[in-house]
Write a protein that binds this ligand. Structure first.
Ligand code: KG4
Ligand code: ZN
Length: 342
């Protein structure tokens, strides 16, 4: 059995987790989260309507070491029990990434345990395999978070081919901006999803940017502008008969239709792919998950999504990526990278 500590600090969640792979006799492929803690900074950033990098970096610095201590105590383990220390090394807000990575370096140096520098996007990309040991490579991956919106072909650990990306906003960003227009606060995705439950998805006519285009890329800026116009029209004229819930539901429906149309184009180029996987913060959206599950079953391929708690940023996915990369040992002078494509 191997135990990996994971540290995540690339955006506004400070997180530490311990993940184990292999059973007591090392023969089985058991995978489990032994302990995990996440300290959200939502309250610090909420007054600004988005993440303030300087505030984030300071909050990570304050919290990361106590969180590592806490997960070890939760698990009844010591640093000497670790087989590797995995930390997000990018991409993300550089101040925060540096805090987590430098903490991991210090622990690795003090314990002589290997350091594994993890690409945050790889953490998301491999996260479904932590909870679903049946999920084998290759798979098509829809990676949808606050900063990223991509379709990838995943052939193995470190073997990623990007088929599509966004030409403007990421999908999570579109949810967050819609939340802001509807004064739902930050973070916006869960709030839009909740309000959409009470609305009519056909009430407001919204565009489906790039739907029908032959390339599988995404665009959400036009959808966001249309949401803004819909909100203005609602405020400006007495005759408009839709509610904020209708706007939220119509936005979510448009987003889902964009995503499935883009996936259809991308999957047509991978006729051999046996499964579709969704990961990243927006994968926590139940309507999106269910639409993607239906889409995959209509195409006769498998579908996998991580448990809700592993969709948004967490350290278990970083520890798990470390498990997938056991044997790797990165130098202690490895740099944090604000940009790091998969
Ligand atoms: O993966 P993540 O935690 O951080 C990044 O790496 O960006 O994703 C955060 C994003 C935010 O934009 C948030 O609004 C969105 O994921 N999100 C959701 C939901 N939960 C989180 N979007 C739609 N519905 C949700 N339930
Ligand atoms: Zn993320």
């Amino acid at each position: 059995m191997a135990i990996v500590l994971g540290i995540e600090s690339s955006c506004d969640e400070t997180a530490a987790a311990l993940v184990a792979i292999g059973g007591p006799d090392d023969a089985d492929d058991d995978r489990r989260i032994i302990a995990q803690r996440i300290a959200s900074q939502d309250a610090e950033h909420a007054p600004y309507g988005g993440v303030v990098p300087e505030i984030a970096a300071r909050a990570h610095a304050e919290r990361v070491t106590p969180l590592v201590k806490a997960v070890l105590e939760d698990a009844g383990l010591a640093l000497s029990d670790l087989d590797a220390i995995a930390a997000t090394a990018g991409p993300g807000l550089i101040g925060g990434v540096m805090v987590g990575l430098v903490s991991a370096k210090a622990l690795a140096m003090a314990t002589d345990v290997p350091l594994i520098a993890i690409n945050h996007l790889e953490g998301h990309a491999l996260s479904p395999r932590l909870a679903d040991p049946e999920l084998d490579f290759p798979y098509a991956l829809l990676l949808v978070s606050g900063g990223h919106c991509q379709i990838l072909r995943v052939d193995g650990v470190g073997r990623y081919t990007r088929l599509a990306t966004t030409i403007d906003d990421a999908l999570g960003e579109a949810f967050d901006k819609t939340a802001k227009i509807l004064s739902l606060g930050y973070p916006g995705g869960p709030a839009v999803e909740k309000l959409a439950l009470q609305g009519d998805p056909n009430a407001v006519k919204l565009p489906r940017p790039l739907v029908g285009s032959g390339e599988p890329h995404f665009s959400f800026a036009g959808l966001k502008s249309a949401v803004m116009r819909a909100k203005d029209a609602q405020a400006g004229s007495k005759g408009v008969a839709y509610s904020d819930a209708d706007i939220a539901a119509s936005f979510q429906q448009a987003a889902i239709e964009c995503v499935t149309d883009r996936l259809r184009i991308a999957l047509d180029t991978m006729p051999d792919i046996p499964a579709l996987v969704v990961a990243g913060g927006v994968a926590a959206n139940a309507a999106m998950r269910s639409a993607l599950g239906d889409f995959a079953s209509a195409r006769g391929i498998g579908f996998s999504a991580p448990p809700m708690a592993l969709c948004t940023d967490n350290a278990a996915m970083i520890a798990w990526a470390g498990c997938e990369r056991l044997g790797q040992s990165d130098p202690l002078d490895i740099m944090a990278r604000p940009r790091w494509p998969l």
